[in-house]
Design a protein around this ligand. Structure first.
Ligand SMILES: Cc1cc2nc3c(=O)[nH]c(=O)nc-3n(C[C@H](O)[C@H](O)[C@H](O)COP(=O)(O)O)c2cc1C
Length: 219
């Protein structure tokens, strides 16, 4: 495998518009983490049973792991961001989908907007979503869980680097780790899942080049 290398000239990235139906504003009153870091790193463990979480708990977890804390606008207009997780070149090529029928009054995936701290219900085919959830349930029972799924936008990293693929996979690992540690800190179970969620995720966003890069179940 070849090493990633910055391109001499960065390409432009066209923004992707999700098909948004409805927006939920998450609370920005974030609870401090109740556990010490030495307890968190010692107690972290993949747990495969889940119970319901509330919107405040989800808000806390997304805030600490994925919320944009600082932005830098490049000359070509690309917005570099700092968040709770590292990302190669600060490109953050992975967006987050949330599925929890009880919590969000719909089993449609909600896309997390890390700038606004909102969840945005996506107008996707209900049958495709059911097929995706069945695929996940064949691995671990998520009937009481919240599914957090990672969607790669490869062009964000490809625009800056030659041989970018491994950077996107390593960004996914960083997200898994940050989410699992944060869940441990707030006493919520979390299990990473080995499936990429394909072909379901690509089918959600047909012809766009987006694809699934795994996810976690929490609760
Ligand atoms: C990338 C990745 C994929 C994983 N996929 C699954 C999975 O599909 N099902 C599952 O039960 N556990 C999965 N796990 C959890 C591992 O099985 C778990 O991390 C391992 O057994 C070690 O246990 P621990 O996390 O409690 O230390 C995955 C972990 C990672 C990092």
């Amino acid at each position: 495998m070849k090493n990633p290398q910055p391109k001499p000239t960065e390409e432009r990235v066209t923004s992707f518009d999700y098909p948004i139906q409805h927006t939920i504003k998450l609370s920005k009153n974030i609870d401090p983490l109740p556990a010490r870091f030495d307890e968190v790193i010692t107690n972290r463990k993949s747990q495969r049973t889940f119970s319901g979480i509330n919107l405040q708990q989800l808000s806390n977890i997304l805030w600490y792991t994925a919320k944009v804390k600082q932005t830098f606008v490049q000359e070509n207009g690309y917005i570099l961001t700092h968040r709770g997780t590292p990302s190669a070149g600060a490109r953050h090529p992975i967006d987050i989908l949330i599925i929890n029928q009880t919590l969000l009054n719909s089993n449609l995936p909600h896309c997390y907007n890390p700038f606004e701290h909102t969840l945005n219900r996506l107008d996707l085919s209900a049958q495709l979503v059911v097929n995706f959830i069945e695929h996940i349930n064949a691995i671990v029972n998520t009937s009481n869980a919240t599914i957090i799924w990672f969607i790669a936008h490869p062009e964000r990293t490809e625009a800056k680097y030659e041989n970018p693929e491994s950077l996107i996979w390593r960004d996914t690992g960083a997200l898994i780790n940050a989410i699992q540690l944060t869940c441990t800190a707030v006493n919520v179970n979390c299990c990473p899942l080995g499936t990429l969620g394909e072909p379901y995720i690509s089918d959600f966003f047909a012809y766009s080049g987006l694809f699934g890069v795994g996810g976690v179940a929490i609760g």
